[in-house]
Design a protein around this ligand. Structure first.
Ligand code: OXD
Length: 310
């Protein structure tokens, strides 16, 4: 039986090598060279793979999505019915996202946008001292990624607030949930960090209303999905000064069209969906373990909960 691998051509070989390093006995087929469809028992795929294509494999018993987010799996037609889908919950993905959040919280907290502009203009001027304990950071989403990043900020002395769909207690994080909780948290968050899954309920959650609830001059940091943000509303909030700056790693669509105003906005800091990049060597052991479990009928790790959308 074989594993079908389908990802960006540039990383296909790295994935193959990483999986073989964990289990040299694996037979791996690189899409589109799947060979006999009946031989495929698992598909390890990323967002570009057409879910309808996976219906060709009659003996498929496991799909692994090569990242943390699963919104691409929720779009029609979705994965073949009845086949379990696992996502990656990986220490290195979590670590990288924590670093990216930290980078941007500190960038804004330490007035880096203003100091860079001063350097460009040859201005020597000290700005007011930033007070960490008076800078609450609010997280949208307290899953693996949010909880980890929240812990890093707490360690630096930032008051940390967190909003999640369902009530959730995380040590050291003041928790909020539901529509009222969202408004209450936003009213205090000098920085708003989005690490939510993208679901029908969270699409467009960062709109004029939510941005308008933030303290004036707050910052937005989005490492989740572009679909969480209503771009026109964010641009208007940047224009009016309601939002002082935004760090964006994700966009809708991607790549962001070259004429989009974010590219040249002086208070938007962009990265090309690179906050957290899957490292095959780190992720391969859980893929192989899930394959072993699927073969022996044991419970799978990190199964996607399609009703919750993550
Ligand atoms: C992911 C991503 O979901 O890279 O892992 O966006």
């Amino acid at each position: 039986m074989a594993v079908l691998l389908s990802t960006k051509p540039a990383t296909m070989e790295m994935w193959r090598a990483a999986l073989l390093a964990v289990d040299p006995g694996l037979e791996i087929r690189l899409f589109p060279d799947a060979g006999d469809p009946a031989a495929i028992e698992a598909a390890v795929v990323w967002t570009a793979h057409d879910m309808a294509e996976l219906r060709r494999y009659p003996n498929l018993r496991l799909i692994v999505s090569m990242g943390a987010g699963v919104d691409h799996l929720l779009r029609p037609p979705g994965p073949p019915p009845g086949i379990p889908v696992a996502r990656l919950v990986d220490r290195m993905l979590t670590t990288q996202m924590g670093e990216w959040v930290l980078l941007n919280v500190l960038r804004f907290h330490r007035q880096d946008l203003a100091y860079r502009a001063q350097q460009r203009d040859g201005v020597w001027e000290e700005l007011s001292a930033p007070v960490t304990a008076a800078t609450p950071v609010g997280f949208l989403g307290l899953g693996e990624l949010g909880t980890h990043a929240a812990g890093l900020l707490r360690g630096l002395g930032f008051p940390v607030l967190g909003w999640s769909r369902r009530p959730k207690q995380v040590a050291g994080v003041e928790s909020f949930h539901g529509a009222e909780g969202l408004a209450a948290m936003a009213a205090r968050a000098r920085m708003l960090v989005c690490l939510l899954p993208l679901t029908p309920e969270t699409r467009g959650i960062i709109d004029a209303r939510l941005l308008g609830l933030l303290p004036r001059g707050a910052f937005l940091i989005n490492g989740a999905r572009g679909g969480h943000v209503v771009d026109a509303d964010l641009l208007a909030a940047l224009e009016s000064g309601q939002v002082a700056g935004a760090a964006l790693d994700v966009f809708s669509p991607e790549p962001l069209p070259s004429a989009h105003p974010y590219w040249s906005h002086p208070r938007v800091v962009m990265t090309p969906h690179a906050a957290s990049i899957t490292i095959p060597e780190s992720a391969a052991p859980q893929v192989v373990e899930n394959l072993r479990r699927a073969r022996s009928g044991q419970p799978l790790l990190n199964l996607v909960d399609f009703s919750a959308g993550y």
